[in-house]
Design a protein around this ligand. Structure first.
Ligand code: ARG
Length: 479
């Protein structure tokens, strides 16, 4: 069923109809399409295109339609898109007044409105998903505030670090991901409606009023920009892509930590899978899938970027192709943030294995250098001395623990007993002083910062949603 057939001498070819429909995707936007129409209707009444009775009929019809859709009483799949589905059903329900609703509006600005309203909600939902993941990381970190493990560069043992410090590194990456989403939200939170097809309208519409009804802080300034661009979708997908790059690295580390080479963590059996042929297997598939999902999310970004590239202004039907990647990415991200949070709640570090790993790889070599710097030796010189001690020990298949005080003095010159502490891998973290470092007192500060950030998110998410929802309530409460 379509709304625009009179210009054509023929009915629409069936295959063409199926090829060009967007209802499979945009039916997910039905709620926002109807909320947008309720606001548009109020505005048309304000400027006297609709009289009070007509407006009331339309509003009641739209609210009824919303309920019917929610009760699954309407088969949306037979329409070209969600806008025609709403208009045609409204006409069937209330008759003639429905024909006035599309005054001063085009599907070109309507779809942008639907998407912006939808994305606004989804972004807050996604930020919450990230916050829960952050909370999971923080909780696990706080449970083991003094657990020491090897830190790596080049995947080679580098320096001792706190397990909590490592987890919090991801906390702060995710923090920026949430902020990027919030930035995207701030930019997309403008009213597009009123652009018409592209040039605006000769009808004296009141865009500021519609913006107020829908809790948009401002109206988009240029009608051609409104209908031509989808950068707000792209920007959201970009923020999600970066978040998923972070998640893929975390997934990879869980896979590594769970492998026989490391055995730093134990994943709860309910979060692992077996093999159909090898009975002994306990595989970390969920961590692998979290690592793997980045492909799909980044793919969505690329898909839309390529669609937008080189399109002439203004609206082109190509733009309809924004919905499959957008919806796919949003759904994947929602699911992945949730399962990743549950996975974090179901892993346990193996402190004995971590401790054993600390003995390999001369992790306190830099500590020894810094200790010697304290004795007045230039850093470059200390690097040379410690490097040759390590070379010697490697050739004898020994570690720092095998060195006697006397042997150390032979290498370095006169020392005090404190040097034994300097070489102790578990003590190393206590010597760190710089802000943001891995020392227990610095990591404790990070706990405080992290908790403050989470509290701030909670306040933001609730405040902004409340503001939208109270406006929606007003639109939905029709006498
Ligand atoms: N389904 C379309 C989209 O998503 C809605 C706008 C259709 N406009 C048009 N002139 N055919 O972009």
């Amino acid at each position: 069923m379509r709304l625009w057939g009179s210009r054509m001498g023929k009915d629409l070819d069936q295959e063409v109809a199926e090829f060009s429909t967007s209802i499979n995707e945009d039916q997910e936007l039905y709620w926002f399409d109807i909320i947008g129409s309720l606001a548009h209707c109020k505005m048309l009444q304000k400027i006297e295109i609709l009289n009070q009775t007509e407006a009331q009929h339309i509003q009641r019809g739209l609210v009824q339609l919303l309920q019917n859709i929610e009760k699954n009483q309407i088969n949306l799949n037979v329409y070209e898109d969600i806008h025609s589905a709403v208009e045609i059903n409204l006409k069937q329900m209330i008759g003639e007044p429905a024909e006035k609703l599309h005054t001063a509006r085009s599907r070109n600005d309507q779809i942008v409105l639907d998407e912006r309203l939808f994305l606004r909600e989804k972004i807050i939902h996604l930020i919450r998903g990230i916050n829960n993941l952050q909370k999971g990381l923080l909780t696990l970190a706080q449970k083991y505030p003094t657990l020491v493990m090897p830190g790596y560069t080049h995947l080679q043992p580098a320096q001792p670090i706190l397990f909590a410090h490592h987890l919090l590194a991801y906390f702060f990456m995710l923090q920026r991901d949430a902020e990027r989403l919030k930035d995207a939200l701030t930019r997309l939170n403008q009213l597009p409606l009123g652009a018409g097809a592209l040039a605006g309208t000769s009808i004296p519409i009141d865009r500021k009023y519609v913006a107020e009804l829908l809790a948009f802080p401002s109206v988009q300034a240029n009608s051609m920009d409104v209908v031509a661009d989808r950068d707000y979708v792209l920007e959201t997908l970009n923020a999600l892509s970066i978040a998923f790059l972070h998640l893929s690295r975390f997934g990879e580390e869980l896979v590594l930590w769970n492998s026989p080479g490391f055995q730093f963590i134990i994943i709860d059996d309910a979060f692992t899978t077996g093999s159909s042929i090898m009975p002994q297997k306990k595989n970390p598939d969920i961590a692998e899938l979290i690592r793997g999902k980045a492909g799909e999310v980044i793919g969505s970004w690329i898909s839309l970027a390529v669609t937008l590239k080189g399109l002439p202004l203004t609206y082109n039907r190509d733009l309809q192709q924004d919905k499959p990647p957008l919806l796919r990415a949003v759904h994947e991200c929602e699911k992945t943030f949730h399962i990743a949070t549950r996975l974090i709640n179901n892993i346990q570090p193996d402190s004995e294995r971590m401790e054993a790993a600390l003995q390999k790889g001369f992790l306190t070599a830099t500590d020894l250098c810094e200790y010697l710097v304290g004795k007045g030796i230039p850093f470059r010189k200390t690097h040379e001395i410690v490097g040759s001690i390590v070379r010697e020990l490697v050739s004898q298949d020994k570690s720092f623990q095998d060195l006697s005080f006397q042997e150390l003095e032979n290498y370095i010159g006169q020392l005090d007993q404190e040097v034994a502490l300097v070489l102790d891998e578990k003590q190393s973290i206590n010597r760190k002083q710089s802000e943001g470092s891995t020392s227990p007192q610095e990591v404790k500060k990070q706990f405080v910062i992290a908790q403050k950030l989470l509290d701030r998110w909670m306040a933001y998410n609730t405040r902004i949603e409340k503001e939208w929802h109270s406006k929606y309530q007003l639109l939905l409460s029709v006498e």
